[in-house]
Design a protein around this ligand. Sequence first.
Ligand SMILES: Nc1ncnc2c1ncn2[C@@H]1O[C@H](COP(=O)(O)OP(=O)(O)OP(=O)(O)O)[C@@H](O)[C@H]1O
Ligand SMILES: [Mg+2]
Length: 236
Amino acid sequence: MLEFIGVSKSFGAVTAVKNVSLRLEPGELMAILGPSGCGKTTLLRIAGGYDTPDSGTVRIGGRDLTRAAPEARQVGMVFQNYALFPHMTAAENVEFGLRMRRVPKPERARKAAEILSLAGLEGIGERKPAALSGGQQQRVALARALVIEPSLLLLDEPLANLDRNERLRMRGELRTLQRRLGIAAILVTHDQDDALALADRIAVMNAGVVEQVSTPGELQRNPASAFVAGFLGLAE
Ligand SMILES: Nc1ncnc2c1ncn2[C@@H]1O[C@H](COP(=O)(O)OP(=O)(O)OP(=O)(O)O)[C@@H](O)[C@H]1O
Ligand SMILES: [Mg+2]
C-alpha cells in the first residue's frame, strides 16, 4: 500500500529522517510513535507529497510517487494542529482537495455536504474555523482528508488537542471509520496509549531512525532497544 525505501531527509545540519524503510499493508493502521523532534511529521509529509526526500523512494499502491505532488496521490492528510485554512468556511476547507483535483463545483458541493454529515457536522459548514470547537475542527480536518476518497490516510497527532473524553470518543470513531472504509492509515503520535489502543503495528522512531516495528503486544513483551523500553516505560 505504502512503502518507504531508504528514505532520508535533512534540513541544514539536522537529519530529520534517516534511512527509513517501512511497509504498510492494505487496510492496516500503523502508528508512528516517538518523542518530539524525532522526525514523525517529516516522514508523514514525505508520504503525502508535502516534502521531498533527499534520497530514497516512496511507493504508493506499487507506483514510485517520490516526487509526485500531493494532488497526484490518492492520499488524505490530517495535519498536526489541523492546519485548517482560517479564511475559508468549514465547507470550503472540505472542498479544497476536490478543487485542487479540478472536480466541478456542483459535485464538490455535493461531496462536501455528504462527508460533513458523515462527520456529524451538519449545519456548521458555513462557519470559519475560529468559530468551531477543537473537536469540531478535528472533524473538519478529517472530513477534508476523506472527501477525496483516499486509498491512504495520514493522521498527524489527530487527537492531541482534545480533552480526555473527546479524545477517547474520537479514538473509537477513527478506528471504526478507518475499518469501515477499509483504507490503510498511518497515525503519528507521541502518546503511547493512543498507539497501543489503535494500531495494528507500531513503528517506534528515535532521532530520525525507526528502531522497531511490531504489534503492540510484541513491542511490550520484546522491546528491541533500551530506547524503546525506556520510551514505553517498561523495565528491562
Ligand atoms: N522545515 C524545517 N526546517 C528546519 N528544520 C526542520 C523543518 N521541519 C522539521 N525540522 C527539524 O527536523 C526534526 C524533525 O522534525 P519533525 O517535525 O519531523 O518532528 P516530530 O517528530 O513531528 O516532532 P513533534 O512531536 O514535536 O511534532 C526536528 O529537529 C525539527 O526541528
Ligand atoms: Mg510533528
